[in-house]
Design a protein around this ligand. Structure first.
Ligand SMILES: Cc1cc2nc3c(=O)[nH]c(=O)nc-3n(C[C@H](O)[C@H](O)[C@H](O)COP(=O)(O)O)c2cc1C
Length: 336
């Protein structure tokens, strides 16, 4: 069985790449991920705010010249909340490369085109095989247009991709009016891959304290529908290697991701919940499914459920939307 896949110019032995998470923060877990079948690993992110916390640059960007920055900066986690600083991060990249045989993807997480981007080069010098750039900006100013928000993403990707020779894959959320167009533009800006999608974390309200508090819950397989759908739409429409993120919990989820067109399939929640070694079950389950269905290679499976052969994809989407609503049949009262 040939489970090999090409992602970002790297030959991976299978499509499973553990996502950035606390499991990719130390050498011991990284080694266990490799031993459990990971084809590559994406390290946890180094955040722009970590690098630039005190500099004038981010202050003026966030602040637009007003005196609100002092308050805004107090929203960010203090440096001691991060598990390591930039130097320790680069050290982890170096040690991971020395210890592991699989590719190591470093992760930068930021939203401006400031000096923090130099760290992309330092990650490359430390030996990273590729770079995942997570851009996650929620625009709240009603005067800022969607076009301006998209331009911010394009500018950040252009700045990072022109800094390093490494392949860059970009992890974005789904909140764009045209996901297909921003994907194309990010490719034009130098991205080689696209990771769909960041989860839209929605902190809860603590009503007694009138505070916003984090409320992290694991994803479920159901959450995979959105990235699955978009990968099926984008496959072969944009010149990018597509990776699926969010909601991969079972071997069938991995099969679906590849059928949609994913070259890499990432997961975090299931491994945090069930343990690192569960990754081996995902790899084994994928192979077993393919054997039982007479596939010999992942290439044969990839994209078979994509929109590649749909002439009018938007009409197809509209029809599916209507079919979904019309599929509802009320149950007889006795069964409720
Ligand atoms: C505790 C935790 C920490 C995470 N840290 C990062 C991070 O540093 N950088 C990043 O890009 N994504 C991070 N993520 C997001 C994951 O990489 C992944 O995209 C997300 O959890 C969706 O995948 P899942 O459904 O398999 O959990 C984190 C997720 C969790 C649960």
């Amino acid at each position: 069985m040939d489970l090999c896949t090409q992602y970002l110019g790297l030959k991976l032995k299978n499509p499973l790449v553990p996502a950035a998470s606390p499991l990719t923060r130390d050498l011991d877990s990284l080694k266990r991920l490799e031993d459990s079948g990971a084809a590559a690993v994406t390290l946890f992110s180094l955040f722009e705010e970590q690098i630039e916390h005190e500099t004038e640059l981010i202050a003026s960007y966030l602040d637009y010249g007003s005196d609100r920055y002092a308050e805004a900066s107090s929203y960010f986690p203090t440096p001691d909340r991060f598990h390591s600083g930039p130097d320790q991060y680069l050290d982890l990249v170096r040690k991971a490369k020395e210890t592991l045989d699989i590719p190591v993807i470093a992760s930068l997480n930021g939203v401006t085109t400031g000096g923090w981007i130099d760290y992309a080069k330092q990650m490359a010098d430390a030996g990273a095989d590729a770079l995942e750039l997570n851009v996650n900006w929620i625009e709240t100013d009603p005067n800022v247009t969607g076009q301006e928000v998209e331009q911010r993403y394009v500018d950040v990707v252009t700045a990072v991709a022109s800094t390093v020779a490494l392949p860059v894959t970009v992890k974005i959320g789904a909140q764009f009016s045209s996901v297909a167009n921003i994907a194309l533009r990010l490719g034009g800006a130098g991205a080689r891959g696209l990771v769909l999608f960041n989860r839209f974390y929605q902190p809860d309200f603590e009503v007694e304290k009138r505070e916003v508090k984090p409320h992290l819950v694991w994803s479920t397989s159901h959450d995979m529908r959105l990235p699955l759908h978009w990968i099926a739409i984008l496959y072969d429409k944009v010149p990018l290697d597509l990776a699926l993120s969010t909601g991969v919990h079972s071997p069938i989820d991995v099969v679906k991701a590849v059928m949609a067109g994913a070259r890499a399939v990432t997961c975090a929640s299931i491994l945090l919940d069930r343990g690192i070694e569960y990754l081996g079950r995902l790899v084994y389950g994928l192979e077993e499914w393919m054997t039982n269905h007479d596939y010999e290679s992942l290439d044969q499976l990839r994209g078979c459920m994509s929109h590649q052969r749909v002439a009018n994809a938007s009409a197809f989407e509209r029809a599916n939307y209507m079919k979904e609503l019309l599929s509802f049949r009320p149950e007889p009262l006795a069964f409720r």
